[in-house]
Design a protein around this ligand. Structure first.
Ligand SMILES: CCCCCCCCCCCCCC(=O)SCCNC(=O)CCNC(=O)[C@H](O)C(C)(C)COP(=O)(O)OP(=O)(O)OC[C@H]1O[C@@H](n2cnc3c(N)ncnc32)[C@H](O)[C@@H]1OP(=O)(O)O
Length: 432
C-alpha cells in the first residue's frame, strides 16, 4: 500500500499503443520533478523523525555503522506504563475489531479520511472484512489497534494499528510490528497528532517486548530501505478512462484500447485452480523456499499462510498450479481486493482494484501464471490489476501491458539499520 499515490496516477497511465509508458518527454520531465522533490525532502527537517531510532539521512552511505538494531531493548519495567498525553479534548481507545459497531466506525473514518492520490480523485476504500483480516492475524494484540476519540462527541478522529510479524532481514528473523492505517481526520491535520499516535503505538509494541517495526508510506521520511513503484494493468479500460484513472494514449481510439487490453475468457495453465485449506502445507513450503532469496521477507509458517493466503471472498484470492500428473503444487499466485472511492464522478463511485500479493513460479513461467491471474481478475470484474516492482515482478510487468504509476511507495524499518538502499527486486515483502 500505500500511500501518497498508490491508487493512481491519473497522469501516469497515459499509455502508448504498446501499453507501456508515457512519451519520453513526459518521462524526463516527470523524473526531473521527482528528483527535485526528493532532494527537497532530503533537505527537509523532520522534527519528529530526527528523534527516532531510524536510519537518518546524514548517515546514508556510511557503511561503518553496523546492520541490525539501532537501539537495544530496554527492560520492560522501564517502558512507560501510561499512555502519552493527548490534547485535552481527546481520549485514547482500544478498538475492538470483533465488534461490528467498532469496525464500522473505523471503516467510516478511513473511507472518508485515508489515503488519496495527489489529485484527490480517488481514496482507498478498505472494506470492513478486509480490515478485520488485516488486523487479526495469528497472535495479534488488540491493544495495538488504537483509536482517538473526541471526548464530547465520542467521534473517532484518528487511528493507527500494528500487527505482529516475523520478518527476516538477511539471516536474522526478527519479531516486528507491521504498522498501518495511520489516519488523522481531515479537520485535525497538521496539529502534530501523528507523532503522538506513532509514539503510543511504539509504547504498546514495546510492552509486548517487540522493538522493531516495518511500514510503508507514500511520503519520504528518514530513511527508506527501498523505494518501489506501482504498475497498473487495465482490465476495464473504458471505465478507467471515463473516471480519469487513465487517459487514452496518443493516436489511440477507445476501441483500439479495449482491444489492446482484451484477455482470453479462460486461464491457460493446466491444473490452475483456487487454493484450498488442504493446500496450506504445500503452499507454505513453496513460499518459504521462494522468499528465502530476498533480503527482506516475511518468515511465514503454516498458520500465517492459512491466515494471509487462504482465499477469503472479497478480500484475498489465491490460485495454484497442481500438476495433473504428479499432483505436486508447483506454482502459486495471489491478489488482494482494495477498492478506491471515485471522488466526484457522476457515473461511477467505486474502482475495483486487485493488488498483486505473493506469487511463486517454479514450473509455470511467471509471465503465464500472472496472465492467468489477470484472466481470473477480469472474470471477477476487477477494473484494474496493480503490482509493485518488488520480487520478480519486473519480469512480467511490461510484457503483460502494465503501465507505470506516478506514485512511489517507500519501505521503512524502525529501529533496524540496513546499510544499503535495496533494489525493489531485493524485497520479498508486500504490506497491505
Ligand atoms: C517498535 C515499534 C515501532 C512502531 C512504530 C514504527 C513507525 C510507524 C510510522 C507510521 C507508519 C504509518 C504507515 C501508514 O499508515 S502510511 C498511510 C498514512 N496515512 C495517510 O496518508 C492517510 C491520509 N493522511 C493522514 O491521515 C495524515 O496526513 C497523517 C496521519 C498521515 C499525518 O498527519 P498530519 O498530516 O496531520 O501530520 P502531523 O502534523 O500530525 O504530523 C507531522 C509529522 O508526521 C510525519 N508523517 C506524516 N505522514 C506520515 C506517515 N505516513 N508515516 C509516518 N510519519 C508521517 C511527518 O513527516 C511529520 O514528522 P516530521 O517530518 O516533522 O518528523
Amino acid at each position: 500500500m500505500e500511500d501518497n499515490n498508490p491508487i493512481s496516477p491519473s497522469g501516469s497511465q497515459t499509455q502508448n499503443p504498446d501499453g507501456n509508458s508515457p512519451s519520453d518527454n513526459d518521462v524526463s520531465v516527470d523524473a526531473l520533478a521527482r528528483k527535485v522533490q526528493e532532494s527537497l525532502s532530503l533537505a527537509k527537517r523532520h522534527k519528529f523523525w530526527e528523534t527516532q531510532p531510524v536510519g537518518q539521512f546524514k548517515d546514508l552511505g556510511d557503511s561503518s555503522l553496523p546492520e541490525g538494531p539501532i537501539e537495544p531493548p530496554t527492560p520492560l519495567s522501564e517502558v512507560k506504563q501510561e499512555p502519552y498525553n493527548l490534547p485535552n479534548l481527546y481520549e485514547w481507545i482500544t478498538c475492538d475489531m470483533d465488534s461490528d459497531e467498532m469496525c464500522s466506525e473505523v471503516y467510516n473514518l478511513l473511507s472518508n479520511n485515508y489515503v488519496e492520490d495527489d489529485e484527490n480523485m480517488f481514496r482507498f476504500n478498505y472494506s470492513k472484512e478486509f480490515l478485520r483480516w488485516a488486523l487479526r492475524p495469528p497472535g495479534y494484540f488488540k491493544s495495538w489497534h488504537i483509536g482517538v476519540r473526541a471526548k464530547s462527541s465520542k467521534k473517532l478522529v484518528a487511528f493507527i494499528t500494528g500487527v505482529p510479524a516475523r520478518i527476516r532481514t538477511r539471516d536474522s528473523v526478527v519479531n516486528m510490528a507491521e504498522i498501518n492505517f495511520l489516519c488523522v481526520h481531515k479537520k485535525l491535520r497538521s496539529k502534530r497528532l501523528a507523532p503522538v499516535m506513532i509514539k503510543e503505538v511504539t509504547r504498546r509494541v514495546h510492552l509486548e517486548n517487540i522493538w522493531q517495526a516495518a511500514y510503508t508510506a507514500g511520503v519520504v521520511l528518514p530513511t527508506p530501505i527501498s523505494t518501489c513503484q506501482y504498475w497498473h494493468r487495465s482490465l476495464n479500460p473504458k471505465k478507467l478512462i471515463d473516471v480519469g484513472f487513465s487517459r487514452l494514449g496518443a493516436r489511440m481510439t477507445m476501441s483500439r484500447t479495449i482491444k489492446l487490453y482484451k484477455l482470453p475468457d479462460s486461464t491457460a495453465t493446466p491444473g490452475f485452480r483456487k487454493m484450498e485449506p488442504h493446500d496450506v502445507p504445500a503452499v507454505t513450503r513453496l513460499l518459504r523456499k521462494y522468499l528465502s532469496q530476498f533480503l527482506v521477507a516475511p518468515d511465514f509458517d503454516e498458520d500465517d499462510v492459512e491466515h494471509w493466503l487462504l482465499p477469503k471472498v472479497g478480500v484475498v484470492d489465491s490460485y495454484l498450479v497442481e500438476s495433473p500428473e504428479t499432483h505436486e503444487i508447483t506454482d502459486f499466485c495471489s491478489f488482494y481486493t482494495l477498492p478506491s472511492s471515485i471522488l466526484g464522478n457522476q457515473n461511477y463511485s467505486t474502482l475495483k482494484a486487485a493488488y498483486s500479493y505473493y506469487n511463486v513460479s517454479t514450473t509455470t513461467p511467471l509471465l503465464q501464471l500472472m496472465n492467468d491471474a489477470l484472466i481470473v481478475a477480469k472474470q471477477k470484474d476487477y477494473d484494474v490489476f496493480n503490482a509493485l516492482d518488488v520480487m520478480q515482478n519486473e519480469s512480467f510487468l511490461k510484457e503483460l501491458k502494465f503501465g507505470p504509476g506516478d506514485g512511489k511507495l517507500h519501505y521503512y524499518l524502525y529501529n533496524y539499520r540496513i546499510n544499503h538502499i535495496m533494489r525493489p527486486s531485493e524485497l520479498g515483502l508486500v504490506l497491505l
